[in-house]
Unconditional design. Structure first.
Length: 330
């Protein structure tokens, strides 16, 4: 089976040959009038100036027609080369991302399993008693929660990739759900010294799916804690305009390290700086966030290079009217 590189070289060589051939034909037709006139005169058929001019005019028309058709063919060939090169580049990038994903997911699944197993075995073998035993069991639970989160992300990603997410849309209090997530994750990440703050505005209601919105906020907060540096600080903020509900999740860490804020929502894409490489992850969390937010009819974007450092993710959803909120509360 011919490799992609050999196929491209073969196509490029063929295109170069065609371009060279077209250039030669253009040169030939350009001299055709003069060549015909010289040959006819050499054969003993002298031509008048008017006849020579007619030959040049006919040759010029032929040359222009050929150049128009030849340039069209060249444009098509060059367009095909560009399309092939672009496709090959994307395939190579996707292949590299998939290899990185397989390597990362292997680590992400095996690491918490091995860690939890070690803690549980230590307890079962009587190597930990009293306070130490409780600490080991708590750490084992954290490892299992980490494993559960990763598996849930993989399953949810597979679900949104196979079909458009099916959401149970209803009016919900965005600030209330954000508050519940912050309370839960504050306990989970306390062992890392993470400080998760909430600035929840009132009257921020949206039409959404409770589970999907919980997944979105949980992924954003966990991501901010992971890349927020030492003793990470995360701020979750909700507010609204006249028609829009807004959710902000910000960390105060080193930021994206030069990564494109638009590309971080693509699958398998992660930053290249040392802070990102040192952390676990497979590059699916923000992709899942984007897909769920779009299924809710909203949009998401990232801001980097903020004053005070860090990265902020902004989610925009349609604000529910006060009448609908009252009906939902009732």
């Amino acid at each position: 089976m011919i490799s992609r590189k050999k196929a491209f070289v073969l196509y490029a060589s063929s295109a170069a040959f065609v371009v060279a051939l077209l250039a030669w034909w253009a040169f030939f037709f350009g001299r055709q009038g003069t060549l015909l006139a010289n040959r006819m005169q050499s054969a003993g058929a002298p031509l008048t100036d008017e006849q020579i001019a007619t030959l040049h005019a006919v040759a010029g028309e032929t040359q222009r027609m050929f150049l128009a058709e030849g340039l069209t063919l060249c444009i098509l060939l060059l367009g095909g080369m560009w399309s092939i090169l672009r496709t090959m580049t994307r395939e190579l990038a996707l292949e590299r991302q998939q290899k990185n994903f397989l390597s990362a997911i292997t680590h992400e699944l095996r690491s918490p399993i091995a860690s939890a197993r070690l803690y549980v075995e230590s307890v079962l073998l009587g190597r930990a008693d009293g306070e130490k035993k409780d600490r080991y069991l708590q750490r084992a639970m954290l490892d299992l929660d980490r494993l559960r989160t990763r598996v849930d992300d993989l399953l949810e990603t597979a679900r949104v990739n196979s079909a458009k997410p099916t959401l149970d849309i209803e009016p919900l209090d965005l600030s209330g759900i954000a508050r519940d997530v912050v309370e839960r994750l504050s306990k989970e990440h306390a062992v890392r010294g993470a400080k998760i703050e909430l600035d929840a505005g009132s009257g921020v209601w949206v039409r959404t799916d409770a589970r999907a919105l919980d997944t979105v906020i949980s992924n954003l907060v966990s991501n901010a804690v992971k890349y927020g540096g030492k003793d990470p600080r995360v701020l979750v903020r909700t507010e609204h305009t006249r028609t829009k509900a807004l959710l902000y999740v910000r960390d105060y860490g080193p930021g994206l390290g030069g990564a494109d804020p638009k590309r971080i929502f693509e699958p398998f894409v992660r930053g290249d700086d040392a802070n990102v490489r040192a952390k676990g992850g497979v590059g699916l969390g923000l992709y899942l966030v984007r897909e769920l937010v779009m299924a809710m009819g909203g949009r998401v974007r990232a801001k980097d290079g903020l004053e005070g450092g860090g990265t902020e993710i902004e989610i925009e959803l349609a604000l529910v009217e006060p009448r609908v909120r009252a009906e939902a509360k009732a």
